[in-house]
Design a protein around this ligand. Sequence first.
Ligand SMILES: [Zn+2]
Length: 314
Amino acid sequence: MTRSRRENIKPRRLVRSGLPVLLALGAGLMGAGCGAGSRPARGATVAARTASFTVSAPRSRPRIAVHPRSSRPRVTVHPRSSRSTDATKPLAGETVVVDPGHNGHNYLYPSIINRLVPAGRGRVKPCNTTGTSTDGGYPEAAFNWDVALRLRALLLAQGARVVLTRHSNTGVGPCVNVRAAIGNAARADAVIAIHADGGPPDGRGFQVIYAPDLGATARTYAASLRLARAVNHGLRASGVLPPSTYVGHDGYSVRDDLAGLNLSTRPAIFVELGNMRNSTDAAIQISPQMRERLAKALDAGLKQFLVASVAHLR
Ligand SMILES: [Zn+2]
């Protein structure tokens, strides 16, 4: 993978200002599938804040009937069509956790985001990272947040329950392990983490990232792969961005180092919606109209996955 190469990309802001690369390293390396864009902390004495997150209780909506007297328990999964009779709300009864990567003020709290947390597969990673940015200074965290809000609006309009992993773009965190826990606690039918990459300047395009069929992710692998395929199809069909030209293939990447995937007990993917270091992709990312089209592409993929699925983890 090109992860180590992308980790070493120096944020343009730091290069221009002449600050040592060590500062970038100290401010939190890449942790969530993106470039290691980092900004020097402003206001070093700013008091640390701890973001709080509320996850509503999971639905009590039994859909799996187990018949105990058979020699082998039979599991009956009710068709998805039984869940919603309102054609205008095709996603009624579905829970989608939308995880906008990073947070707009992470750079103010290096001591918080550099703290090591469990990342799954026996590894630890920094709590969170600052994310990357376009050469023009549009931060990835702001892009992720904007696309997440647009996606949430689309999903809510179709009756879905939507849980965000953060509630603003002016806070810090939460840590990557907490983001995964939010999806698990919400008993999400689908989890999608939204990012944009900081790749080589000549590389373009989107990636849909899923975890390998290994260890803790084995139980969610099949569903996560279906989710990845549906969202990949949605993004391709939109024509906004090409599949990545520099990492993975056909717009897919398989990664075993992402806490958000390793620690998820629900179907989960990450998306990297273009390369912020590429001028063509960046021009798309800074456009509100294009961000809306990207959100619609994600929505189309999620809907295809949610409506088509009849067997779910519970
Ligand atoms: Zn990111």
